[in-house]
Design a protein around this ligand. Structure first.
Ligand SMILES: Nc1ncnc2c1ncn2[C@@H]1O[C@H](COP(=O)(O)OP(=O)(O)OP(=O)(O)O)[C@@H](O)[C@H]1O
Ligand SMILES: O=P(O)(O)OC[C@H]1O[C@H](OP(=O)(O)OP(=O)(O)O)[C@H](O)[C@@H]1O
Ligand SMILES: [Mg+2]
Length: 284
């Protein structure tokens, strides 16, 4: 019997719900009560620990938990000895500088100034790399208010829609510091672990099932090459005989976003009975 796989999952905030949803889709049990801190999934020999997203890299870095889900910004901020092993496509945000609207700040202008952030590690690394000598004011959250309240001259914060910044009367400046999203992390140089490999395969399957649909259609045999160019599939489409002289049936995975355009193009070359279905789960 293998040891339990121990996985760290955000207990609250922007990543908590989508992370649990993805694990559920990958066939794992997830908590029903958002106050639960631990959940055992005996069928999968897995234990889930619900922790603050910022702490997850610390636990995984110490090796007490083999795998965790957190934000890329939080991983880099922690400085923990962990690696990003998979991007999960949700919890997308950009880490950016902002200052009072109309201040027209540039990165160099931060020399000698105070910059408030809740990602001090990430910010200090960036300032050092760009040889900017600013004082970093470490706050826990609601960083946007710090300028108005006289605690800082600029902020470095997570931006998604930008509405929090706008409401606080701030404007962005400088290049984006980091593009972040939810990721899976593991300890540096972690040994191969079949349970972890299985988790990653399952998550990859969920991502594919979200991003791709299955397309089926009938086409004249002489048009098959043109059709296959439109729907190359993952490893080549399945082509089956059709009980109709001169026609074949084709089945291939296509990107969900492109499905309507591909259907139009297939129709143009004479394909008919074009069907699109959701993929419930997959392993490629
Ligand atoms: N508004 C947002 N939209 C999308 N992603 C976001 C947003 N705010 C934060 N994130 C991302 O979600 C991850 C977790 O951030 P979150 O704000 O949930 O944690 P936190 O600040 O520690 O918790 P809380 O805000 O509940 O105190 C980070 O990687 C961050 O980049
Ligand atoms: O660009 P927007 O779509 O407005 O989102 C960005 C805001 O979302 C996060 O705040 P959160 O609710 O996590 O609060 P926090 O500052 O206390 O972490 C982040 O820190 C920004 O304040
Ligand atoms: Mg937050």
């Amino acid at each position: 019997m293998p040891d339990q796989l121990r996985i760290a999952v955000p207990n609250k905030g922007q990543l908590a719900e989508p992370a649990s949803e993805m694990l559920r889709e990958a066939g794992y049990r997830q908590r029903k009560d958002t106050r639960d801190l631990v959940l055992v999934d005996p069928d999968n020999h897995t234990e889930f620990f619900f922790l603050r997203p910022k702490d997850i890299a610390v636990y995984v870095g110490e090796g007490t938990l083999q795998v965790g889900i957190t934000g890329r910004d939080m991983l880099l901020d922690s400085g923990a000895p962990v690696d990003e092993v998979m991007a999960l496509g949700f919890g997308g945000s950009t880490f950016r500088f902002a200052a009072r609207d109309g201040a027209n700040m540039k990165l160099e202008d931060l020399n000698g100034k105070r910059v408030a952030t809740s990602f001090a590690g990430l910010l200090e690394t960036y300032l050092r790399k760009h040889a900017v000598d600013a004082r970093v004011i470490h706050l826990d959250g609601a960083v946007e208010s710090s300028i108005r309240l006289g605690v800082a001259d600029a902020v470095a914060d997570v931006v998604s829609t930008g509405s929090t910044l706008r409401n606080a009367g701030l404007e962005l400046f400088g290049d984006p510091i980091l593009e972040s999203e939810a990721i899976v992390i593991r300890q540096h140089d972690a040994e191969d672990d079949p349970q972890v490999e299985q988790l990653l395969r399952r998550l990859r399957g969920v991502l594919l099932a979200r991003d791709y649909v299955m397309m089926d259609y009938d086409v004249r045999a002489e048009k098959l090459d043109e059709a296959v160019a439109l729907t190359p599939g993952m490893e080549g489409p399945t082509v089956s005989p059709l009980h109709r002289e001169g026609w074949v049936a084709v089945r291939a995975m296509v990107p969900r976003r492109a499905a309507q355009r591909i259907m139009d193009d297939l129709w143009e070359i004479g394909a008919r009975a074009i069907l699109v279905t959701d993929i419930y789960a997959c392993r490629l």
